[in-house]
Design a protein around this ligand. Structure first.
Ligand code: PLP
Length: 405
């Protein structure tokens, strides 16, 4: 018997029982991109903002706030299970609007990223109603499905978007939701839909809110890209109107994109209860769940955003830079639509993503032939485009688009 076998008898080889996991599609793409030696590669894959030079810079306000935090912070002791309460109360009016932020039926807490907020929301739902099912539009952010299932929720898909015609399948969606049961949850993207960029009209939001109220569905609104569509206020307006119609809701926010704090893992969850006590009880449940998953959310990002939002100058600087980012995304959308008339709809869509009407073969061909990297389902990151690479991208795309038709 070898020393190895002695040290680890067969029956304790726990990890041999695990299934192989397929490589994450995004990581595979990143690896391919990095090992591609060609000049002029175009990275339209991973969902981070890039500027005109293809960089993902630290925002000026963040840089300054980090200096202030580094100077002023006197301890690294634990904060609290709900995170930095001041950060949450300063972010609340930005996400919810001032009136709702002051309404005690809304209760918030800091979370590790928008992902942490979504996972907590799912855990809360599963505890409040073990039979709850969650409706997710097809397609949605790929992680939505796994997050919800990990908490034990049943995911039901409803039609949302037709990739070939680039249109929202609103009637199909509403008919599917007519079959929803009271107590089911409806996942909505507040703005800048990932992966399609498509958004409901205000009238459609109103119809969805009425449907939720009539059928007793709980909206779970994911607001991960606020400020990258039409503006901070504009991107939240439809969600806020819905919140005024339904008795209960969950709102998950992310600071990854609009503060560029991807790696700091900063987000927030708000529970809108039918009364203050219910919201507090739900938050206490979330804190208990969070305690058993990550104990407490990380502090650095929250300290930075709190410092920004406490300072009118830093807030103005953050908002100005966010405006520049949004303008760049919208300019790239307009330029792409001009260069590729089949993609006129891209100019009407918002945020970081578009789901191009491309077959998987066409996406592979673009990568292999042209060094253009995007997700295999045709999702492209608009922020990967620059005035310099856009003409080459448009030229490479044209034949694939006609083939895809
Ligand atoms: C739609 C959507 N929601 C939530 C998130 C979560 O972001 P994070 O956990 O990085 O804050 C993302 C990130 O890509 C997203 O696209």
């Amino acid at each position: 018997m070898t020393a190895d076998a002695l040290a680890c008898p067969t029956q304790t080889r726990l990890f041999d029982a695990l299934d192989d996991q397929p490589l994450d599609a995004m990581l595979t793409l990143l690896r391919q991109l990095r090992s591609d030696p060609r000049d002029g590669k175009i990275d339209l894959g991973i969902g981070v903002y890039g500027d005109e030079k293809g960089r993902t810079p630290v925002m000026q306000a963040v840089r300054q706030a980090e200096r202030i935090v580094a100077e002023a912070q006197t301890t690294k002791a634990y904060v609290a299970a709900e995170g930095d309460a001041r950060f949450v109360s300063l972010l609340a009016p930005i996400v919810l609007g001032a009136a709702r932020a002051a309404d005690d039926r809304y209760c918030g807490m800091q979370t590790p990223g928008g992902t942490g907020a979504l996972r907590l929301a799912a855990e809360l739902i599963a505890r409040a109603n073990p039979d709850a099912r969650i409706w997710v539009g097809t397609p949605s952010w790929v992680n939505h499905y796994g997050l919800m299932r990990s908490a034990g929720l049943t995911v039901l898909e409803h039609p949302f978007f037709d990739q070939a015609t680039q249109t929202i399948l609103f009637d199909e969606m509403m008919s599917a939701l007519e079959t929803a049961r009271t107590g089911d949850v409806l996942l909505l993207h507040a703005c800048c839909h990932n992966p399609t960029g498509a958004g409901f009209t205000t009238d459609q939001w109103r119809a969805i809110a009425d449907l939720c109220a009539r059928k007793g569905l709980l909206p779970l609104v994911d607001i991960a890209y606020q400020g990258l569509g039409h503006g901070l206020e504009e991107d939240a307006a439809n969600m806020r109107a819905l919140l005024d119609i339904v008795p209960e809701a969950l709102i998950t926010a992310s600071c990854s994109k609009n503060f560029g704090l991807y790696r700091e893992r900063l987000g927030a969850l708000w529970i809108r209860g039918s009364h203050a006590q219910a919201a507090l009880r739900a938050r206490a449940t979330c804190m208990k769940v969070g305690r058993s998953m990550w104990s407490m959310p990380p502090d650095h990002g929250a300290s930075v955003v709190r410092t920004i939002l406490e300072s009118p100058e830093l807030t103005a600087s953050w908002q100005a830079e966010l405006t520049t980012m949004r303008a760049r995304l919208n300019a790239m959308r307009a330029e792409l639509a001009r260069a590729v008339p089949q993609l006129a709809s891209v100019a009407q869509q918002t945020g970081m993503f578009a789901l191009l009407p491309l077959s998987r073969e066409a996406v592979t061909e673009l990568r292999v032939r042209d060094g253009i990297y995007m997700i295999e389902n045709g999702r492209m990151n608009i922020a990967g485009l620059t005035s310099e690479n856009l003409p080459r991208f448009a030229a490479a795309l044209a034949p694939s688009l006609s083939k895809g038709e």
